[in-house]
Design a protein around this ligand. Structure first.
Ligand SMILES: NC(=O)c1ccc[n+]([C@@H]2O[C@H](COP(=O)([O-])OP(=O)(O)OC[C@H]3O[C@@H](n4cnc5c(N)ncnc54)[C@H](OP(=O)(O)O)[C@@H]3O)[C@@H](O)[C@H]2O)c1
Length: 302
């Protein structure tokens, strides 16, 4: 049964379907991604936002995306489908801190009903391991190692950190955890460059398709580095509002762009279920306006 209805689909058509029939029926269409370039993985981002652009209510216990989506079923399904499509999922340390200690970034965690379909797609169609690699970015290395992401059999987690952060993690016992790897990168004032992370993932961990699940701080840095190829954005029909003293972040935090340099996107597909919209955008080479530089991977709308 279809979970969403496709309103617009401008993504390039392929002769061979990618999704198994059960998943394409639920998604009301197929899902293809371009190959990665020679130097870095193809990067897909996924967020849910209120109508006024808020991605976190910043309330303890209600800071995550599921509060923003209103625990929307189809948002959970698309999140699971994107996880199932990726070699690795990357998140910033604060997104991890704000999630449930039992939280896992695996496909069925957000949509358990499709567990078997996700596995069939990953293992039999994409020939990937059962679960994507989880990549946690933390300059400080201050992570709660009792979390399920560091202790679940079969879930591989890589922490990308600084050399100081690596020392913190080693002292805390991270190297004794069988499914956890630590990679230290050079950093400026505790901040590592997104391109260095991507090169590491590509060259040392074989990641060709990376799903970026935020948060806004890490996402802003990837955008600034021109390292986001696609954005899947669920628009949730609610308005969060903002007060001056309580900062509710939008898609990007800690980074701003001048109008003539603002990252531009082209609409690839629009899906809908009840009052929610599920938007898919591809990054354009230039600023979004009339005469936008079209990416030749996608055909223009009719
Ligand atoms: N609605 C949605 O779709 C959605 C999606 C994702 C997240 N969220 C929400 O957004 C909030 C978190 O977002 P956030 O922007 O505050 O945090 P974030 O991006 O998740 O994490 C920020 C942290 O990641 C580490 N980090 C990020 N970039 C780094 C770099 N270049 N080098 C080294 N370390 C780096 C740092 O960790 P250390 O401090 O350890 O050094 C930094 O404090 C949460 O409430 C989450 O639930 C919502």
């Amino acid at each position: 049964m279809a979970l969403v209805r496709t309103l617009i689909d401008r993504a390039q058509s392929h002769s061979e379907p990618t999704l198994p029939p059960g998943l394409s029926e639920m998604y009301d269409g197929d899902l293809h991604f371009p190959e990665s370039s020679a130097e870095r993985p193809f990067v897909i981002a996924n967020f849910v936002s209120t109508l006024d652009g808020v991605v976190s209510y910043e309330i303890k216990g209600q800071a995550g995306g599921s509060t923003v989506s209103g625990s929307d079923t189809a948002d959970g399904f698309i999140m699971g489908l994107l996880r199932a499509s990726a070699d690795a999922v990357i998140v910033g340390a604060r997104t991890v801190h704000d999630a449930s200690p039992e939280g896992l970034w695996i496909p069925e965690y957000t949509y358990p009903d499709a567990k078997l379909l996700f596995r069939e797609y990953r293992v039999n169609v994409l020939h990937k391991p059962e679960y994507p690699l989880l990549v946690v970015v933390s300059g400080s290395g201050r992570l709660e190692l009792e979390r399920a992401i560091f202790r679940t059999h079969g879930v591989r987690t890589v922490v990308i950190t600084t050399s100081a952060g690596s020392d913190v993690l080693v002292k805390a016992g991270a190297t004794k955890l069988p499914f956890v790897q630590i990679h230290a990168l050079d950093a400026k004032c505790g901040t590592m460059a997104p391109m260095a992370m991507l090169r590491l993932l590509y060259a040392q961990l074989g990641v060709r398709r990376l799903l970026h699940e935020g948060g806004p701080t890490l996402f802003g840095q990837f955008l600034a580095a021109e390292a986001v190829d696609e954005l899947f954005l669920t628009l949730s029909p609610q308005i969060a509002g903002r007060k001056g003293d309580a900062i509710r972040p939008g898609l990007v935090q800690g980074m701003e762009f001048m109008p003539d340099r603002a990252p531009g996107f082209q609409l690839l597909s629009v899906k809908q279920r009840a009052e929610h919209l599920y938007l898919r955008y591809g990054r354009t080479g230039g600023h979004s306006s009339d005469g936008v530089e079209q990416d030749s991977r996608f055909r223009k709308s009719p």
